[in-house]
Design a protein around this ligand. Structure first.
Ligand code: SF4
Length: 1003
């Protein structure tokens, strides 16, 4: 697109980068010539992109010259989320594309070689395809030892990525499944898998409930387990907006962060004690509800949650069993969950007690469970000052009024714990008791750290799900019928929409998208092609399988596991046991260069490594999905290195070569490969992938407008049902840039015509819980939806189910993704492994005893053989990891950018003045931090931001460190993950990165 002089001036005005560009034509001549036309020396194009760093999803404008080189990148002033602003990382975007450190050749490292050699794309693709086929064929399993069909290979792993586009993520999933890969993971396992499990179990969908702009509608914002001001800086813009209108900000964190510095209340807590902290708040709210029901939304609690539902009378919880739930088998370290169920009436509908008095109703069980979480006990566990804690309880509980709303923002400070799912469950319970889900300014906002971690999770680069959160088949699911019976929930309650009853439509449409004409009713729509998976194949399990020689080849696009994995020394060693490793990257990352890391002799490492130069986000086209579920399109704005290729092109080449090999040479179970649809062209067209994800009416060839049109008879296709409606006959919905809103929409900032949002462009999910039984908003000043009685329809956001209000015939309950139609204070059945309600346990490594029960740590936490536990006698200090504003995740995207390295040049450790005095450590001196897994060296930052905790009368120190560093890049340093334990949460196996034991000393 050509730029007019006016556009050019607008583009360059007022920015440092713009001023630098003006320097090329001379500032004086610009000033003199401003009133008249300037003949531009270069033709300049301008396109929009979305920032490639965090999950806020800020818009930027890229100006590029006629040679395809970016000459300026700045914030998009029209973008509703960031309104032209960018944080330090976003402002440095241009150095991602204009960077001499970018990979610009295809590199191959032969076994035992000490250097890379340059090879052609053709040679590399051929060799990789051959390696894939050989490893797959040699490691293929048709049936397991029990004789069940599994059709899979465990010999190839796939690890990555959350930084690729949706369309890339989708083809990764599709190709990996066709190969029969079971070890299929990406970084979402390590950052937010606990979010998906906890929010899914609580509300029905495992995603952020509201969106960034909606934070402005809040009366109270609790940021816990997140330093949003630093790590999601543009999200904080909306926190600030809310505060300008009187909202209170509560910051709960072990460290006094930049977020804390802006807060009305700062509450310190020891890492890993969130459940105790929130449990005490739940106790406060429950007692207050009983004493002052007029201050709470009792309609919401009774009608929209399961508070009134009765649980099996034989159920017992930690209050009865000293920290355990009923059904625990110590020999198996697992629960029999048969008593964690509702009582059913003779129609099979859960029984209720609307008075909330029955001792077996969920409300009373909740009250009993949290009655032990009194202020004294909680503060003895968390180390929070009691007066501050009481203030938090009172302030937050005040949003229980129907016309008030509070939101919780959290990130990896919550998600990366051994009982992270239950911590996030505790947030959900608190929010439900306060009627804060589904309303404007409410919700639970899971701040995603990577730009497309939401999208890559939606598209299921994860071993246990298929796109759209369908389940990966288990060997017991012998055919499509058995699979559907296993995973399609039933409900006898006419008030329950039980939306997952549509499961068959979604899985059949997925199989049609993947296998086309080969998927027919008579073969169960090619169900056998899907690999069947039993047991844990998550990140740490894959690391163990690599270490043990089960996984022999690993494909790892844009994922730097050699920095981000827990107990990372073990993972680095494991990479040397692989036969081959394929990396596509912008940079020579630590993972790509693991064989030449410090202290290692390359001549001893057999792994052959392929390092493929990839295009950066602004050098290719496609969509990504931010934390708030906004699917946004970004364009190819500039070219990047000439030898780099986009991920879709790379995968397409591999697919074509692998197909060719199986077609000409045969091999083990070639059918899913040969019949895999791949109609994107030789130079693959990303729009065709986006359209396939959306889905077609196969009888008319038309793109479908909504998943409501999907069918189970094979006449529709959709690669991901929750994205159906994103690319329709009306065009690419994600590319929309129309800021117009109705007055009601503008009132709360819905922006329904900007980009697209799953599901069905609904901006606030569970929004029918924001109205009373007649459809009137609980908060008339900030309605999300409201029922228009004369028109007989909803106004505002897309309603979460279009049925009429609860007082009318034909209605359905608002939490339509749960089988009961109500949100879950109590999670029944086989959904969670470690309890239907949260219970505080100490972190796996802790310097203190659990004050609430005799059970020290989560009794069903996942422990692998390679795990080494540190003892408090040797490692008495609590350690945690975190991020800084100037760096991003495993560092490869920021430690190669000179501007960001200049701002934040070196690995450091923060510790309190008290601990520094005890240990003789000076500010700026070098220190050694040691855990049971390893030791690192860093610069000491002695600070008031940390102070010792008083835990049950004992002084406990905590230190903290960023985890961005490694041995490659412009700035190198020891990785914090050399210290962290490879232990996994009981439900998702997310590792414990946030609370572990160490010691520190001056070097
Ligand atoms: S890193 Fe996040 S907050 Fe910063 S500009 Fe990018 S998307 Fe926005």
């Amino acid at each position: 697109m050509e730029l007019t002089r006016r556009d050019f001036l607008k583009l360059c005005g007022g920015t440092a980068a713009g001023a630098a560009f003006l320097g090329m034509i001379g500032p004086e001549s610009f000033l003199e010539a401003a009133p008249i036309d300037i003949p531009l020396r270069k033709r300049i194009g301008e396109k929009t992109t979305i920032c490639c760093y965090c999950g806020v999803g800020c818009g930027a404008i890229v100006a590029s010259d006629e040679n395809g080189k970016a000459i300026n990148i700045e914030g998009d002033p029209d973008h509703p989320i960031n309104q032209g602003a960018l944080c330090s990382k976003g402002a440095a975007l241009i150095q991602v594309t204009n960077n001499e450190r970018r990979l610009d050749r295809v590199s191959y490292r032969a076994p035992y070689s000490s250097d890379w050699e340059e090879v052609s794309w053709d040679w590399a693709i051929d060799k990789i395809a051959r390696d894939i086929k050989k490893t797959r064929d040699e490691g293929w399993t048709y049936k397991d030892e029990k004789g069940r069909v599994v059709n899979h290979t465990e010999a190839i792993g796939w690890d990555g990525s959350a930084s690729v586009n949706n369309e890339d993520a989708y083809v990764f999933t599709k190709f990996a499944r066709a190969l029969g890969i079971t070890y299929l993971e990406h970084c979402a396992r390590l950052c937010h898998s606990s979010t998906v499990a906890a929010l899914g179990a609580s509300f029905g969908r495992g995603a952020m409930t509201n969106h960034w702009i909606d934070i402005k509608n809040s009366n109270c914002i609790m940021i816990i387990g997140s330093n949003a001001a630093e790590n999601h800086p543009l999200s904080f813009k909306w926190v600030t907006k809310a505060m300008e209108k009187g909202a209170k900000l509560i910051s709960v964190d072990p460290r006094f962060t930049r977020t804390s510095s802006k807060a009305d209340i700062y509450a310190k807590l020891r890492s890993g004690t969130d459940t105790a902290f929130i449990g005490g708040m739940i106790k406060y709210v429950i007692e207050d509800i009983e004493n002052h029901p007029e201050n709470y939304n009792m309609t919401y609690i009774k009608e929209y949650t399961d508070a009134t539902l009765l649980i099996d009378p034989d159920f017992k919880g930690p209050a009865d069993l000293d920290g355990l739930f009923c059904g625990y088998d110590a020999s198996k370290r697992a629960y029999d969950r048969s008593k964690w169920v509702y009582q059913l009436d003779d129609k099979g509908i859960p029984r209720r007690d609307i008075s909330l008095k029955d001792p077996n109703c969920v409300f009373q069980l909740l009250k009993k469970q949290f009655s032990r979480y009194d202020v004294d006990t909680v503060c003895s566990i968390t180390g929070t000052p009691k007066d501050v804690y009481r203030e938090v309880c009172e302030t937050y509980a005040a949003t229980g009024k129907p016309d008030k709303a509070a939101t919780i923002i959290y990130a990896m400070g919550a998600t990366q714990h051994t009982n992270a799912v239950q911590m996030i469950r505790s947030y959900s319970i608190l929010q439900l008791l306060l009627g804060n889900i589904g309303v404007a300014g409410g919700g639970i906002n899971a701040a995603r750290g990577q730009s497309n971690v939401q999208g890559s999770t939606d598209h299921a680069i994860l071993y246990d799900i298929l796109p759209g959160y369908l389940k990966t088949p288990h060997p017991e699911d012998v055919d499509l019928e058995a699979y559907l019976k296993h995973y399609t929930p039933t409900s006898n309650d006419p008030l329950s929409a039980n939306w997952w009853q549509n499961y068959k439509k979604y899985i059949v449409s997925l199989l049609k998208a993947w296998y086309g004409d080969a998927a027919v009713a008579s073969n169960g729509f090619a169900y056998d092609y899907l690999p069947k998976v039993e047991g844990d194949h998550s990140h740490i399990a894959m690391a163990e399988a690599i270490e043990n020689g089960v996984v022999k080849g690993l494909i790892s696009p844009a994922h730097n596991t050699a920095v981000s994995g827990p107990n990372v020394n073990l993972e680095r060693e494991g990479l040397g046991k692989l036969d081959w490793l394929v990396i596509s990257e912008l940079w020579e990352s630590e993972t790509a260069a693991f064989w030449k890391r410090p202290g290692v002799d390359p001549a001893q490492i057999k792994t052959e490594v392929f390092l493929l130069p990839a295009k950066a986000s602004m050098e290719k086209e496609g969509s990504l999905t931010n934390s708030g579920r906004w699917m946004q399109w970004r364009y190819k704005c500039c070219d990047g290195p000439s030898m780099a290729r986009n991920d879709l092109w790379i995968v397409t080449q591999l697919v074509m070569r692998v197909k060719e090999l199986y077609a000409t040479e045969g091999g083990e179970y070639p059918d899913p490969i040969l019949n895999l649809t791949w109609d994107y062209g030789d130079e693959p067209d990303v729009h065709k992938v986006a359209q396939e994800i959306n889905g077609y009416d196969l009888e008319t060839g038309q793109l479908l407008p909504s998943f409501a049109k999907l069918k189970s008879d094979g006449t529709t296709s959709s690669g991901n049902w929750i994205y159906c409606g994103s690319y329709t006959e009306d065009g690419n919905m994600a590319a929309r840039r129309d800021p117009t809103q109705t007055p009601a929409q503008a009132n709360i900032g819905l922006y329904p015509n900007w980009a697209w949002c799953w599901p069905v462009n609904r901006r606030i999910i569970y929004n029918r819980a924001s109205v009373d039984l007649d459809g009137n908003p609980f908060n008339p000043d900030k309605p999300v939806v409201s029922w228009h009685p004369l028109l007989g329809e909803w106004e505002g956001d897309i309603p979460d189910g279009g049925w009429p209000p609860m007082s009318q015939e034909g209605t359905k309950l608002p939490f339509l993704m749960t089988s009961e139609g109500r949100a879950h204070l109590f999670v029944t059945g086989k959904v969670l492994n470690d309890g239907p309600m949260p219970e505080h346990y100490e972190p796996w490594e802790s310097p203190v005893k659990n004050l609430l029960s005799g059970i020290q740590s989560d009794p069903v936490v996942t422990i692998w053989k390679s795990l080494v536990k540190g003892d408090a006698s040797k490692y008495p200090i609590v350690a945690t990891t975190y991020r800084v504003s100037e760096h991003w995740q495993a560092g490869q995207m920021t430690r190669n950018l000179p501007w960001l390295v200049e701002l934040m040049p070196e690995m450091f450790v923060e510790l309190s003045e008290e601990l520094a005095a005890e240990k003789g450590i000076r500010n700026g001196g070098r220190v050694i931090v040691e855990s049971a897994r390893g030791k690192i060296e860093a610069v000491a930052v002695v600070t008031k931001r940390f102070s010792p905790f008083s835990i049950d009368g004992k002084k406990v120190h905590q230190i903290g460190m960023p985890w961005h560093w490694g041995y490659m890049g412009l700035s190198t340093g020891d990785s914090a993950n050399m210290l962290t334990p490879n232990i996994g949460d009981a439900n998702t196996t997310i590792p414990e990165y946030k609370a572990f034991l160490c010691d520190i000393r001056a070097k």
